[in-house]
Write a protein that binds this ligand. Structure first.
Ligand SMILES: [Ca+2]
Length: 126
């Protein structure tokens, strides 16, 4: 007897999302990371790094900050106590990905790799 699974998948159960432990993140980065949200442009937490407030359009912040983060993020580390949402398009639209507090996610090899354009903290679920 076969059984069809119609349960929605939580992100953590999607096999192509590889979690990186905060300890691993610290190992990669060479020490404890200060609290914050980090976007890395290369796997293994290398390449360019953006830390700080979320933005509605990374293309704009790139120009202001002299960076090239838009559509380049391959690893996200959420070192805060709130969930953060990452979006493929500006103004918090397009395909989205939630990253929980303390979670580091390797986007490399996934549909989210090199797509992130806006991100912000999201309220904790009631
Ligand atoms: Ca994008």
């Amino acid at each position: 007897m076969s059984k069809i699974n119609n349960q929605p998948q939580s992100l953590s159960s999607i096999e192509f999302i590889q979690d990186i432990t905060p300890e691993t993140a610290e190992t990669y980065s060479g020490g404890a990371l200060p609290a914050g949200v980090y976007l890395f442009t290369e796997p293994n937490l290398t390449g360019q790094v953006r830390m700080g407030d979320g933005v509605a359009d990374l293309a704009v912040s790139d120009q202001q900050e002299g960076m090239s983060i838009d559509d380049q993020t391959s690893v996200i580390y959420n070192g805060t106590e709130q969930p953060w949402a990452f979006y493929a398009e500006a103004n918090y639209t397009g395909q989205s990905l939630m990253v929980q507090p303390g979670q580091a996610v390797n986007l490399h090899g996934t549909i989210y790799d090199n797509t992130i354009t806006s991100y912000r903290s999201e309220p904790l679920a009631p």
